[in-house]
Ligand binder design. Structure first.
Ligand code: PEP
Ligand code: MN
Length: 292
């Protein structure tokens, strides 16, 4: 067996001494439970909802629409990490309350970002799963604090973080006592600016080899482009992702954040149909291969 980081051959277990909790021993797989939803099992899970919670009407209608189409966890940001201080910062506590209400109405657990140590308690009071956003992946004080809670964690990869740094952040949370972690690949910064980020599909496959933790993909932030969500979602599931998290808004064109990447309700229903369909068959006939 090759050690994923050193490239050296080893006959020992896959356990990495720097990641005693997060790395794999053999073929074990952690299943993370968010209320009655199991992540890491045989079925890929879909989390969906608006980038930001903006109003009761917006989040409740989105919750009902995504639930109807097959999503099992509702997402929505109340504390928003925005590049500019002049951009919409989220509704804060009111956003948490509205997200909770929408989740309860639709009958779905909810996931939302916690940005600072001082908000951990209030977010725990309202959410079923805590999201650590890309910008906070190496906020070690925050990681230690959420590691002391009993809520499942959605740990996003930092935009410039290596796989080793990402898994070390998971190790921080586990070391503090919380082993219910789902990793999320949400695109990294590369030389190519054609898209918002570059979806690192190979990292999903690699991390699945290295750790027993479930891994999902966020095609919305990875691409920044609504027309690519379906193709990249399928690709992520094909390389082994345990699910996806997707942004959906009743009217994406007037969304207060991430307008270009949010799907309409119809777009989300179409995505759900697309990701069920099988991958294209490989032609084994030379004659056919020449014709196509
Ligand atoms: C989000 O999920 O809305 C978000 C801000 O994601 P990220 O931290 O991946 O940028
Ligand atoms: Mn967003």
């Amino acid at each position: 067996m090759l050690d994923a980081w050193s490239g050296k051959k080893s006959n020992e277990s896959k356990k990495d001494k720097n990641l005693p909790l997060a790395s794999r021993e053999a073929d074990e797989q952690t299943i993370v439970r968010v209320k009655d939803v199991a992540i890491g099992g045989s079925e890929a899970v879909v989390m969906a909802g608006p980038c930001s919670v903006e109003s009761r009407e917006q989040v409740v209608s989105t919750a009902l629409a995504v639930k109807d189409a097959g999503a099992v966890i509702l997402r929505g940001g109340a504390y928003k990490p925005r590049t500019s201080p002049y951009d919409f910062q989220g509704l804060g506590i009111e956003g948490l309350q509205l997200l909770r209400e929408a989740g309860d109405i639709a009958g779905m657990p909810v996931v939302t970002e916690v940005m600072s140590e001082e908000d951990v308690e209030i977010v725990c009071d309202h959410a079923d799963m805590l999201q650590i956003g890309a910008r906070n992946m190496q906020n070690f004080a925050l990681l230690k604090k959420i590691g002391k809670t009993d809520k499942p964690i959605l740990l996003k990869r930092g935009a410039s973080a290596t796989v080793k740094e990402w898994l070390s952040s998971a190790e921080y949370i586990m070391h503090a006592g919380n082993t219910n972690i789902v990793l999320c690949e949400r695109g990294i910064k590369t030389f190519d600016h054609s898209l918002r980020n570059t979806l690192d599909l190979a990292a999903i496959a690699l991390v699945k080899e290295m750790t027993h933790l479930p891994v999902i993909a966020d095609p919305s932030h990875a691409t920044g482009k609504r027309s690519l969500i379906s193709a990249t979602s399928k690709a992520a599931i094909a390389v082994g992702a345990d699910g996806i998290i997707v942004e959906v808004h009743p009217q994406p064109e007037i969304a207060k954040s991430d307008s270009a990447q949010q799907l309409t309700f119809a777009g989300f229903a179409e995505l759900m149909e697309n990701i069920q369909s099988p991958l294209r068959k490989i032609s084994v006939s030379q004659e056919l291969a020449i014709r196509v």
